[in-house]
Design a protein around this ligand. Structure first.
Ligand code: MG
Length: 367
């Protein structure tokens, strides 16, 4: 049975992502660990060689039976891979890019089945998008028939690959060096999920695929008295009305209920605690300013407000025509819906003495 060293090339500077992406966390572990752990449970893989950037040190915790060795890379990808190849001990090697976290053990086995002492193997996928070439601002169309993208891991007999990479150090990947050396190159079907995390969007997709999310719901309620000679402000929108809401701040009953719903979901104290009614700083305060502070607090705890819904109960004035304006105004903070109810002329809101508001907010954060 053939035995394999699994080499993970993690020696790059990853500048396109604004940092060394191979050490960024994805789900509950660093990017490179995803493929290392899949390799560790693949039959015939005897050791894992992690090639890290030149001059860096790393002593990762590693509990698998298959040993993990860390070696430093060089100034170029080929030199990094060579360091990994020279540190390896098996007759066959799988060279993999740390930036492809989702390569599956099934793919590893397909590659192992196809390799031989004279032939290397690469995973490929047909190009599915239409292609254009742009040179000097000129666009031309490229026939995609017969074109494939190449993924990793790429599998080879180790000693012959060392010769090939030494001979063609500027090759784009090991397969190119192998092919240019005149060796047979085979292919197996790659995997769409085995995409390369290269730019920020890729990391967003990778995180969406891996991160567990915690969701919570918060509830808010508020009431303010309707009185003459006060402005009526709902969701930061000035409502035309002979009566307005009485309060220490601008008495924006909708924004207050929403703030409490958001704070409730985040497990934080309510606005009465955050912005006390006896504190002069909040006299006549613009409630949208208070909401900005609430969002800062909630975001600092890692929460995102996914959605909020509110019901405003008011006999007077009629509010429906303000709905779009209010939603637009509050969309600065999170997506939301609002509804209006009259109070059927019963209770204090039904008698036009007050306006009440109930709100719920759904918050999420990664665990
Ligand atoms: Mg209030």
């Amino acid at each position: 049975m053939r035995e394999y060293s699994f080499i993970i090339a993690a020696g790059g500077q990853g500048t396109r992502l604004g940092g060394k992406k191979q050490f960024m966390s994805l789900g509950n572990r660093e990017l490179w660990r995803w493929s290392a752990e899949n390799a560790a449970v693949t039959d015939s893989v005897r050791e894992i060689i992690l090639v890290i950037p030149q001059g860096e040190t790393l002593n990762p915790e590693w509990t698998h039976d298959v040993p993990l060795h860390v070696v430093n890379g060089g100034s170029e990808r080929a030199l990094s891979v060579l360091n990994g190849l020279n540190a390896a001990t098996c007759d066959y090697v799988m060279v993999h890019d740390a930036a492809r976290p989702f390569a599956s053990p099934e793919l590893f086995r397909r590659l192992m089945d196809a390799v031989s002492e004279n032939a290397g193997v690469v995973p490929v996928l047909p190009v599915s998008d239409a292609l254009k070439r742009i040179e000097g601002g000129e666009v031309s169309c490229v026939e995609r028939e017969g074109l494939y993208i190449t993924q990793t891991p790429q599998v080879f007999p180790r000693m012959k690959l060392i010769e090939a990479v030494e001979k063609f150090p500027s090759a784009k990947d090991e397969a190119e060096a192998w092919f240019k050396s005149g060796h047979e190159l085979r292919h197996v079907e790659g995997e769409r999920m085995n995409f390369k995390v290269t730019v920020g969007d890729d990391m967003t997709i990778a995180r969406a695929l891996t991160e567990r999310r915690m969701t919570r719901t918060g509830l808010g309620w508020d009431i303010h008295r309707l009185v003459p000679e006060r402005k009526l402000i709902l969701g930061g929108v000035r409502i035309d009305s002979p009566l307005g809401l009485l309060g220490h701040s601008d008495a924006d009953v909708l924004t207050h209920a929403l703030m409490d719903a958001v704070l409730g979901g985040a497990g934080l104290p309510d606005i009465g605690n955050l912005f006390p009614a006896n504190d002069e700083r909040f006299r006549g305060a613009d409630s949208l300013e208070l909401m900005r502070e609430v969002m800062r607090l909630v975001n600092a705890e890692g929460w995102n407000v996914d959605f909020a819904d509110a019901v405003i109960t008011a006999q007077v004035p009629r509010l429906n025509k303000y709905r779009d304006d209010i939603i637009r105004k509050l969309s600065e903070f999170f997506p939301l819906n609002i509804k209006f109810k009259s109070a059927e002329n019963i209770d204090d809101s039904g008698r036009g003495l007050c306006i009440t508001c109930r709100a719920v907010a759904t918050l999420g954060r990664s665990v």
